[in-house]
Write a protein that binds this ligand. Sequence first.
Ligand code: C2E
Ligand code: MG
Ligand code: MG
Length: 642
Amino acid sequence: MKLVYFDYCAFSILIVLIVTMLLRKMTRGYSNQIFIFLMAVFSVAVTMDIWAVTLDNMGAGNLLYKYISHTLYLITRYCTTPVYIVYLISLTDNWHRIHVERTILILGFPLMFVVFLLLGNAFTKFMFYFDGKDAYTRGTGFILLYVLSAFYLLYGLIYLLRYRKLYRKRQWISVLLIFPLSVIAVVVQFFIPKALLEMFSSVICLMFITAMVQRPEDTVDTDTGLRKSSAYGEDMHRCFQTGKPAEVIEVNIVNYDSLRDMLGYDGIHSLIAKVAHTLEEIDRLCQTRADLYHLGDGAFRLVVNRRHFDHTLDCANLINSELKQRIRLGQTEANLSVCVCVTRCPNEIADMDSLMVFEHDINASAYTGDVLYASELYRKDYYDVMKDIDRIIERALSSHRFAVYYQPIYSVNEKKFRSAEALLRLNDEKYGFISPEIFIPAAEKSGAIHRIGRYVLEEVCAFISSSIYKELQLEYIEINLSVAQCMEKNLFRDVLDILHRYQVQPEQINLEVTETAAAISQNTMMNNLKKLTEAGIQFSLDDFGTGYSNMHRIASLPLQIVKLDKSFAVTEGNPKMRIVLENTIRMIKAMHMKIVVEGIETETLVKQFSALECEYIQGYYYSRPLPRDEFIRFLQEYPAAG
Ligand code: C2E
Ligand code: MG
Ligand code: MG
């Protein structure tokens, strides 16, 4: 008498597992589909086992049914292992790396062989037969089933060990568990044939996998039903790890913040759900069969597999045109500004860090309304540098790869150079010259700006206190201060210390702050400005005209010079800009501040701004920023040349 109760339990568990998978909508994606298929095969196998064992327990007779049920049981039972291995592979999304035809052959051939033997078994009695009392008895060939099972188990184990890194730790342990448990169950069942543990133990493992691996809460965004941000990170990371080609369609709602403010909590949720639904529809229509992700804050991603690359561009264009139409939400209507970009991985972007930085920057690129292409936007050097910038800055600080250059500033009234701006240069051993527009913001984020700032100030002070400097007859050197520096508590003390150490007078330097810094009315910043002004240091307002100047605020700050940004130098053919320029200059002068015009490259502009009575001119027309020695030579030779 065999104990059929284990199989009853296994069957009940399987039904519960299948129903919960379906109810949790875990039906998208290959690995989910294969897992459901695996449970279906298990269900058939368990059913056949129950039928066969029940017939066996009934004693003699029913020979035909016994043959059918045992044959079907063994066939389905031996199907489960190769299907499980396919599931293991699908979890790693590694099909492009393994030889698919060869894998199918390795997994399929032994199975076909077993099926062939089992189908012919009624005549050969090679695998099993029924004795004189119609009792089920194993044949000489039965051992083959164990050998083949062992082969499959070994194959699965080797795969799991080889690609261990492609699984999350929890995943890996869960899928591995089935191997030792199956072996234990087979051994127990071998010695105690009436305890039908094989199926039961496998189903327990499936239950474990359902709880630990097939977890929608790990991957599915509840608002949209799409996969969520962490899943996108993991999936793309795995793509880069395995070199799997993928095309990503980035869809960002550019005006998300204002839409959220306008629509409120419920409104923005239904808008996002609607956009998600539209993307699913378009994906279906274009047959891209992409994995869809919602990253939050109005950002969506579609990741297309190689087989469907032909449809990517159609899909991106359709998304771009569909999402631009007004979207109705109950009583209100929303107008979306969407930015759609296509990125080919790994051809255009080959690692996760670059992808993150690139995707972060997409919204900042000029909004054209057309689909963007990473091939046009992505400047590899720039992203390589950005990825590495902290290390580059550290390296530059420790191995002296920073240098301070000087750009002369011409005094229109005195007709000679009376000051200069100190501009930092970074010449990295790997990437060459890197623009301060890149490394200064990065240094602000990492905090390295304070050390960099001190370095620039010391270099400038060392220059000012040198004997050659006196011969140059410069009044002062302008030094840029970044926002982060202005907000540092000890800034004024640091600056005054350095001046003191190099015996430099406060009026020999001039600190440039940007409009952004000037707009911050924070205590520390105000205190720094006050203390430094009291000590006799003068301030310039840099890049005037690039930000949203709060004139009231600027008027209240102790500024002596305003530096008109380069953009003011292009007023030709634009009479309105000309009016803005003339009035801006008049206003600054009325506030008793002096003007430096930046970015002057032509003689015409020199004349134009001189006529407007701007006191100082700085730009390539006179000279680019020069290393200290060249700058000295330039100033010494200029009168002769000019
Ligand atoms: P900025 O302070 O506005 O400096 C002027 C920028 O305009 C410099 O760029 C200069 O090389 C460039 N420039 C000068 N004349 C012309 C011209 O005729 N035509 C054009 N097209 N450009 C001209 P650079 O050196 O690349 O510096 C960029 C920015 O980086 C600076 O803008 C400043 O904000 C920041 N920066 C540079 N050095 C330092 C530093 O030591 N500390 C801090 N905090 N920021 C710095
Ligand atoms: Mg400046
Ligand atoms: Mg400037």
